[in-house]
Unconditional design. Structure first.
Length: 357
């Protein structure tokens, strides 16, 4: 049997010679190109040949997006416990411990304050390496408090998502985070504070179905998998072949679900430009918006300072009965009224905001 052992050892030796030194070279998972580690770092972990975006950690995104030294972590004291004492092949509490040891994180989301090209903002980064970037009570609470911080400081909010969805080890408590974060985002929107959502590979499940999809602007990295259920489940359910590129950011851009695909090397300047755009827009006078389901009386009462006389109701329009007015209050088909020049503060009255039923 010696010859057999020799053959085995021989094969091993050949294998060793072909191996690349650890850490110097990385193989692209998409095109197979061998990339020099330093070059990969320079390209912010994207393949120079095919543009494949390697998955990176929340702390690496801090370095890429924020001005050097501007990040201050917040809400790190909020951590997951094990409310359901969940156990499958392992105990949930042990999985949490392991994830904390393996990553430089205490939860699947890293929140804080920082500045992007000197514009201060509140920012949250999800990290897929922490239990699949799953959303659970603590992660949801950190995001909720970041939204409240953005409302309080009137600083724009940015959430970078990388998630497999809600964390099933916490059952319904995880699912409740979807409603909680979205309810607060509605308040953020009412306060007129912008929210930019950045979707990275992968953004799926409850995260896509809640805060990741409701940004004022939604950006995504190229070829990121974005969806609710996975393609295999959908294929089985509808029993049909799925189109090519289904659930990738390019497909979603075409369908109008996201606003722009941004290469990681352009991410900082794109977000910085958006923040500056929103900052310049916010100095213009704003028209109060009537929310879905809000009665006209309630809207009038909430939109004007106490003691201000309500503006007279608009004269009956000449539109035939049953014709709904368009969203901006103009008659259907009529050209949009020009935006009036802003009035000085002293002259601004309730009459500036005509309300039409
Ligand atoms: Zn590649």
């Amino acid at each position: 049997m010696t010859w057999l052992r020799k053959a085995k050892e021989g094969l091993k030796a050949q294998q060793r010679r072909r191996d690349l030194p650890d850490g110097l070279w990385v193989k692209c998972e998409e095109c197979g190109e061998i990339l020099y580690h330093k070059e990969l770092e320079r390209n912010l972990s994207t393949c120079a040949k095919c543009g494949y975006h390697f998955r990176i950690s929340a702390w690496q995104y801090v370095k890429i997006l924020l001005d050097e030294g501007s990040f201050r972590e917040r809400f790190s004291e909020i951590v997951s416990t094990d409310p359901l004492r969940f156990k499958d092949s392992k105990r949930y509490i042990d999985r949490l411990k392991r994830a904390r040891e393996d990553t430089e994180l205490t939860e699947a989301v890293l929140c804080g304050e920082g500045a992007i090209e000197e514009t201060p903002c509140v920012i949250a980064f999800m990290d897929f390496s922490f239990l699949g970037g799953s959303l659970a009570s603590a992660a949801g609470e950190r995001i909720a408090r970041s939204i409240l911080l953005a409302i309080e400081t009137r600083r724009p909010l940015i959430i970078l998502s990388a998630s497999g969805g809600a964390r099933m080890f916490e059952g319904i408590l995880s699912l409740m985070q979807m409603a909680k974060t979205n309810a607060l985002l509605a308040r953020l929107s009412d306060a007129g504070v912008p929210y930019i959502s950045i979707m990275t590979h992968p953004t799926t499940g409850g995260v896509t179905a809640s805060y990741a999809s409701v940004g004022d602007v939604i950006l995504a990295e190229p070829k990121a998998l974005i969806g609710f259920a996975g393609p295999r489940v959908i294929k089985q359910t509808i029993n049909q072949e799925l189109p090519e590129g289904f659930q990738r950011s390019e497909f979603l851009l075409e369908k109008g679900m996201i606003d722009r695909i941004v290469h990681r090397t352009d991410l900082k300047k794109t977000v910085a430009w958006l923040l500056k755009f929103f900052a310049s827009r916010s100095v213009l006078p704003q028209r109060p918006r009537r929310r879905a389901g809000e009665s006209l009386e309630r809207f009038r009462a909430a939109s004007f300072p106490i003691g201000t006389a309500l503006p007279p109701p608009p004269p009956d329009s000449e539109a035939p009965a049953g014709t709904p007015p368009s969203a901006n209050g103009d008659q259907p088909g009529a050209p949009h009224a020009p935006i009036p020049a802003p009035l000085p503060e002293s002259q601004r009255t309730a009459k500036e905001v005509p309300i039409q039923e």
